[in-house]
Design a protein around this ligand. Structure first.
Ligand code: SF4
Ligand code: SF4
Length: 152
């Protein structure tokens, strides 16, 4: 019989404690968002897939040195470049221009080696966290095209 009443007492006590927490939280500011209708701003240190950075003219800062491609332990990055002639101080000089920057995000571990090894500050981690697909191809990014689309 004693166990019966102590169960009722313990049950009521835990119910009141729970209701007390609910009541307290009811008056606190809301910290959740109505995903996917609302999205949140990611912290500065968040790592999404890498993205090319543009210069003042909207062109890629990347000079096609290939350091990021070589530094990537997972072989996610495929670069391409073309040689073009430009005029510098009245003389024609050859310059390498980025023609392709593909990222296979299915293999990326977000280790950061590519970003750390770029001496030109030409790539950064995006704040993209909203990626979901059952198709692997959706995680193969043409970063040059993405940069162009961002500049439109
Ligand atoms: S290391 Fe930087 S500059 Fe060199 S290819 Fe990669 S992104 Fe471009
Ligand atoms: S974060 Fe690491 S794994 Fe991902 S592309 Fe850069 S170097 Fe490769």
């Amino acid at each position: 019989m004693g166990g019966y009443f102590s169960d009722i007492f313990n049950g009521s006590k835990s119910l009141l404690i729970g209701m007390g927490i609910t009541f307290r939280e009811f008056f606190k500011p809301i910290v959740t968002v109505q995903y996917p209708y609302q999205t949140i701003k990611m912290s500065a240190r968040f790592r999404g897939h890498i993205e090319l950075i543009a210069d003042e003219e909207g062109k890629p800062k990347c000079v096609s040195c290939g350091m990021c491609e070589r530094a990537c332990p997972s072989g996610c990055i495929t670069l391409g470049s073309v040689s073009v002639e430009i005029e510098v101080d009245g003389k024609m000089k050859k310059k390498k221009v980025l023609s392709k920057y593909d990222l296979d995000f299915t293999k990326c571990s977000l280790c950061g080696q590519c970003v750390e090894n770029c001496n030109f500050g030409a790539i950064e981690f995006s704040k993209e966290y909203n990626l979901a697909s059952s198709n692997k191809e959706d995680f193969h990014f043409n970063l040059l095209k993405r940069l162009e689309e961002r500049n439109v």
